[in-house]
Design a protein around this ligand. Sequence first.
Ligand code: 26W
Length: 805
Amino acid sequence: RWKKLTAPKELTEEHIQEEFVNHATKTLARSAFNMDDFAAYQASAYSVRDQLIDQWNSTQMYHTTVSPKRVYYLSLEFLIGRSMDNALLNLGIKDRYANAIDKLGFNMEDLVEQETDAALGNGGLGRLAACFMDSLATLDYPAWGYGIRYNYGIFEQSIVDGYQTEHPDYWLTFGNPWEIQRLDITYPVAFGGTVIRSKGASGGFVYTWEPTERVVAVAHDFPIPGFGTKSTINIRLWSSKPSNEFDFASFNAGEYEKSVKEQTDAENITSCLYPNDNHYIGKKLRLKQQYFFVCATLQDIIRRFKKTGEPWSEFPKHVAIQLNDTHPTIGIVELQRILIDEEGLDWDGAWKIVTKVYSYTNHTVLPEALEKWTVPLLKELLPRHMMIIFDINLFFLQSVERRYPGDREKLRRMSIIEEGVPQSVRMAYLAVVCCHTVNGVAELHSDLVQKQLFSEFVEYFGAGRFTNVTNGVTPRRWLHQANPRLSALITKTLKSQHWLKDLSELAKLKQFASDPEFQRKWMEIKASNKKRLAEHIAAHCNVYVNPDAIFDVQCKRIHEYKRQFMNILQVIHRYEELQKMTDEVLAKQVPRVVIFAGKSAPGYYIAKMVIKLINNAANVINYNLRTSKYLQLVFIPNYNVSLAEIIIPASDISQHISTAGTEASGTSNMKFVLNGGLIVGTVDGANIEIGEETGPENIFLFGVLTPEVEDIRHKQTYGTGIKVDPKLDSVVESIRDGTYGQPAIFEPLLHIDTMRKVDACFQNKAEWAKKSILAAASMGKFSSDRSINDYAKNIWHISPLPPPE
Ligand code: 26W
């Protein structure tokens, strides 16, 4: 009877309309006279959610019966963006929905626009986690994402008088149809207090942690549908709430105010996402967030494991845990603690299990981004964990000492505890010592991880612990969804949609790269995407950009190492050159629209000044009536996933110009090329591998290689400034051609040169179209499906488990 009642109904247009009306009238309590686009979006969303829940339930039920090895992806950030369009496309029901809704008087494209982004991430790392979840579902892997359900996502940015201003992103105002609140799935999480050591029954010591603060974690499930499969996996995000037991205690003691404060303190833990990207700030609340979410997550994982009835030794056969950077690293210590203090295993038994389960991805080598929690703070919040970290360090250093007797300096360098006042815990070292595998996110980056960041650990543990998994992006969101017309053209040309499941099939487009008819269609789609972006810019920046110009984009977090400053200098230089030209010369210039977007961390003064400079320059450049035909400049506010979906398909070129060796990978570079944009970039991160795939003729790489950067930094200290003065032209020329050695500190000049090269190329329309097609057709490697298969095979040792039909 249950089976019969839960069997999914055939999803006809009529059925969709019934469900829509049902949700409008019952879930939302609306009448037909009171349905605006937002209500219609909600009604559609709730009915799509029902579809997701059906698939999700059968996927999870099946996984429970098979009990395979699962991967748990632990991340403090999931930058999901919008869900409706993505769900409709992945479920393969978008056309049916659009038709059904159309007949009720609504336009699906308008409804999709009503959704607010789930912006629970800063940038690259958070968006990567979201792409990975899409791939895990699409490839039928048994996988879970775990993280925090922040009440406030990354702040909203507006530009006031050229300055960035921040506004809170309370994204839950009107509820969230894309989550299922699980009031029945809760776990206690404790902080603070002391540890009591006593003699155990078997003679050894036992440790009892008596915390002073208790909160509760409540699960919220975000179903993630795969593309072209029934697999629907889950991101489980935890929300904090006060624990009743504790608040009763204060309440009964007559301390009403105290108990209210404890309530709000508890809820504060999951209030907001920290808006720093690539910069560590040692805030206590952030450490609480980290422990809060891994503590709840491990209880959930262990509960699931215990259902198998198998002994602890089998745990690693069921569980792989991936740490998305060091942010969830305290989870390693938590598992060791649970196994010893709560499950009664001895140290070695617990250690064997822990080190088989965890693996760690490093996403940055910038020293200011590496987490170092101070010992006093850790002791205050997590006294038992601090003891365990000291023990892990002790055993580790003892074995280092055995290998390198008497080398005190080596012990100091490799110690998980950094000496100083106060001492601090190097979280990356803790992760390296405890994980079976450590990976970087692009070939060059993984190389730097092994040679710079952890070189002594590579020597000590062997190179086998370290590996590379080059990042990728999901072609479902970043081509099929964001660029539907290009997706349709590819599907029509390849006579199948299968390329969306196996991106390497894009290579078959290469045979059409010189076909004038295909080029025309390809470039016509680019032109219409540029028009769409131009409309957005008109509405949000009040600038009417020339859609025939080269669209030259740099959108990403504002950071010194990403060198937006160098780019704006190049733009100002270009503007000044235009001023000097006669009308005749001016008329021959290739028109250009330069587009910046991106958020600065609220406390990052220099980054904020770069935003101000861009806006000030825009105010001069755009109002010069003589030259604005040839050069326009805009800063589009509030860069987020939804805006990226408009900008990326509309770019002719995009800039990825970090100092060599600083950008771990970059992932938007892949998205731009996938959409037929060409890269202007330095020899850094994934740019290098993208260039290997496209061939050097289809990417504009410039600048020096990583090993030279250090050398140049040194020379720069003794160097003088450079002037771009016509009288010095010949001098500059000789610098450029290397007469005085590697022209590295002159990268701004090389950047200017590269932009000239771009102008020249753009004038040959057929050649440009060919480059654009060939580059996009070479992007097979950069599907996150390939990344996930790499992780599954080489690190997690898990296999796909497609649900039975
Ligand atoms: C503790 C503060 C903090 C917060 C976030 C430090 C570091 C981070 C992230 C690891 C920064 C980040 O997002 N890194 C980016 O990760 C992407 C995905 O691997 C890469 O493509 C980017 O190159 C890298 O900057």
